[in-house]
Design a protein around this ligand. Structure first.
Ligand code: C5P
Length: 202
C-alpha cells in the first residue's frame, strides 16, 4: 500500500493502545501513540516549561524520556491538550506519520475527526468508566505504582470530562467511525473484531 491510515480514537484505558499495537503488527503498519506527544509536553510542563514552546520544540528524545505512562503525567497531558496552540504544533508531525508509505495506525482522541478526517478506517474504542478504571488500576498496580481503585476511577472520569468538553478537537467518534465497545470483550475478541472491520477495506 502507498499510504493507508487507520485512525483509532477513544477514552483512556478502553484498549486503544493494545488494539493499535496488535493491528499494526498484524498488517505490518507503523504505529504512532499520539497520547505520548501530549504526555511528553505534559512532562516538560511539570518541569516548569511553557506548554506551547514545549510542543513547538518537541524532539524524539522527549518521547523516550523514561516512563511517560504515569497518572501524574496523564493529568498534565490532558491539561496541556486543551491549549489550541499546543495541538496546532503537533498536527504536521502526526499527518506526516499518517501518510508514510506502507500504512500507519494512529491512536488518540481526535485522529478520525481532526488529524486524519480522510483515514481509510476509523475505529472508536470505548468501554464503561468502571471497566476502564479497573484495567488502568491493574496496570498501574502491576508496575508498582501506589494507587487505589477509587482514585483511578476519579482520575479516569476527570480526564474523560476534560477531553470530551474542551472546545478544540474534543474527544468524540467521527461520524463514519465504527464503535467498538470492549466492556465485555477479551483482548483477543476485541482485536478480532477490529481486524474484521479493517480487512475488507484494505
Ligand atoms: O492516550 P493517553 O492516555 O496517553 O493520552 C493522554 C492525554 O493526551 C489524553 O487524556 C488527552 O488529553 C491527550 N490527547 C489528546 N489527543 C490525542 C491523544 C491524547 O488530546 N490525539
Amino acid at each position: 500500500v502507498a499510504s493507508f491510515t487507520i485512525a483509532i480514537d477513544g477514552p483512556a484505558a478502553a484498549g486503544k493502545g493494545t488494539i493499535s499495537n496488535a493491528v499494526a503488527a498484524h498488517f505490518g503498519f507503523a504505529h504512532l501513540d499520539t497520547g505520548l506527544l501530549y504526555r511528553a509536553v505534559g512532562r516538560r510542563t511539570l518541569e516548569g516549561a511553557d506548554p506551547v514552546s514545549a510542543a513547538q520544540t518537541l524532539t524524539a528524545e522527549d518521547l523516550d524520556q523514561g516512563d511517560l505512562r504515569t497518572a501524574e503525567i496523564a493529568q498534565a497531558a490532558s491539561k496541556v491538550a486543551v491549549i489550541p496552540e499546543v495541538r496546532a504544533a503537533l498536527v504536521d508531525f502526526q499527518r506526516a506519520f499518517a501518510r508514510r508509505a506502507g500504512g500507519a495506525v494512529l491512536d488518540g482522541r481526535d485522529i478520525g475527526t481532526v488529524i486524519c478526517p480522510r483515514a481509510e478506517v476509523k475505529l472508536f474504542v470505548t468501554a464503561s468508566a468502571e471497566v476502564r478504571a479497573e484495567r488502568r488500576f491493574l496496570e498501574l498496580d502491576a508496575k508498582g505504582h501506589e494507587v487505589t481503585r477509587s482514585q483511578v476511577l476519579a482520575d479516569v472520569r476527570e480526564r474523560d470530562a476534560r477531553d470530551a468538553e474542551r472546545s478544540t478537537a474534543p474527544m468524540k467518534p467521527a461520524e463514519d467511525a465504527v464503535i467498538l465497545d470492549t466492556s465485555d470483550l477479551s483482548i483477543d475478541a476485541a482485536l478480532a473484531r477490529a481486524i474484521e472491520v479493517i480487512e475488507p477495506v484494505l
